[in-house]
Design a protein around this ligand. Structure first.
Ligand code: MTE
Length: 332
């Protein structure tokens, strides 16, 4: 079991407690996938490429195709993670602290009706029904590495559009320096919201220039379909150069503020989880190294092959300049 407490933050499981992975069913047939008709145009993107690579097809949720993004850094030739891994090995503490809890428990999350409130220092605040938010800009497919602070990673084809599109529409005021993301905390549908593991609601934040960066994705889907509940339906953020915990799930408020907002993990253990949380192989977590990572699907044990973690998770060319002159050991 993954033990977790206010004081301890993320705690590595013991080797004997790791659920065996990499034993998922054999390869799937692209024709079968296409027969489901579910992924539509997105098939041309990730599915076309991964047909031979053994990605388990989705096909159970509503289609949400996105055109292959031309934003620099939004594509990669790395092997895409299996859909089954991406949807059954999750962190979503509102539904439990074990990696397998969200897929078991998140069916209770009610994703309709759903409203996202945009508030704070903007000229055009407002409430968006999720259906309208989805239509606000063209959906794109972005294939991003997601690197969790715990030392594992996946490669996932997300569907959404740059958060900057929304930000431009709501017109931030000059004194808006940060964007805060507040997520749903509903004790009736989220069994762990009553627990003391974190301060609920789970909240995250970005500096305005980070939020405006084209790679920051307001995300509605993955693998050509809408997000499964356990991955943060109906809308989440994905910030590919930061540790996964910055990518807040099931967002209900986007708030523009002047001061750096408090964030869930920073409040829980400030010495372990800073506000920036940029992926950085040179800055260790106080209790473990961040130099390498285990790609989920590449082997089952702690001794499985690990790969080097890249500065800014491999997005240095795109985002490095945002942090020019900053001491990244201090601003971790
Ligand atoms: N968002 C909420 N609301 N609650 C959470 O517990 N966990 C974070 C992030 N967003 C979390 C969250 C962490 S630690 C990670 S690694 C990613 O979601 C995992 O996203 P995934 O399950 O889609 O891979």
């Amino acid at each position: 079991m993954l033990i977790h407490s206010r004081d301890k933050g993320f705690v590595h499981p013991h080797a004997s407690e790791i659920t065996p992975r990499g034993v998922y069913e054999g390869r799937r047939d692209l024709l079968k996938l296409m027969a489901t008709g579910a992924a539509g145009a997105a098939l041309a993107g990730w599915a076309g490429r991964e047909a031979l690579a053994g990605v388990t097809p989705p096909g159970k949720l509503a289609a949400l195709p996105g055109a292959a993004s031309s934003v620099p850094g939004a594509q990669t030739m790395e092997k895409i993670s299996d859909y089954k891994d991406a949807t059954s090995y999750n962190n979503y503490y509102e539904f439990g602290t074990d990696k397998g809890d969200p897929v078991k428990n998140a069916h209770t999350l009610k994703t309709r009706p759903w409203t996202v409130e945009v508030e704070g220092l903007v000229k055009k605040p407002g409430k968006y029904a999720i259906e309208d938010l989805i239509k606000l800009s063209a959906q794109e497919e972005r294939i991003y590495r997601l690197r969790c602070v715990e030392g594992w990673s996946m490669v996932i084809p997300w569907v959404g559009y740059s958060l900057a599109e929304l930000i431009k529409k709501v017109e931030p005021q000059g004194n808006a320096k940060y964007v805060e993301f507040v997520t749903l905390a509903d004790p009736k549908t989220m069994p762990f919201v009553g627990s003391r593991v974190l301060d609920w609601p789970y909240a995250e934040g970005l500096r305005m220039d980070e939020a405006m960066h084209p790679l920051t994705l307001l995300t509605f889907g993955m693998y050509g379909e809408v997000l499964p509940n356990q991955n943060g339906a109906p809308v989440r953020i994905v910030v590919p150069w930061k540790y996964g915990f910055k990518s807040a799930k099931s967002i209900v408020k986007i708030r523009f503020v002047e001061k750096e907002p408090g964030t869930a993990w920073n409040k829980a253990a400030a010495n372990e989880y800073g506000f920036f949380s940029n992926v950085n192989p040179n800055v260790d977590h106080p209790r473990w190294s961040q130099a390498t990572e285990r790609r989920i699907g590449d082997g089952s044990s702690l001794f499985a092959k690990r790969q080097k973690t890249l500065m800014f998770n491999g997005y240095e060319a795109q985002v490095g300049q945002l942090y020019a002159g900053m001491d990244l050991k201090k601003f971790y």
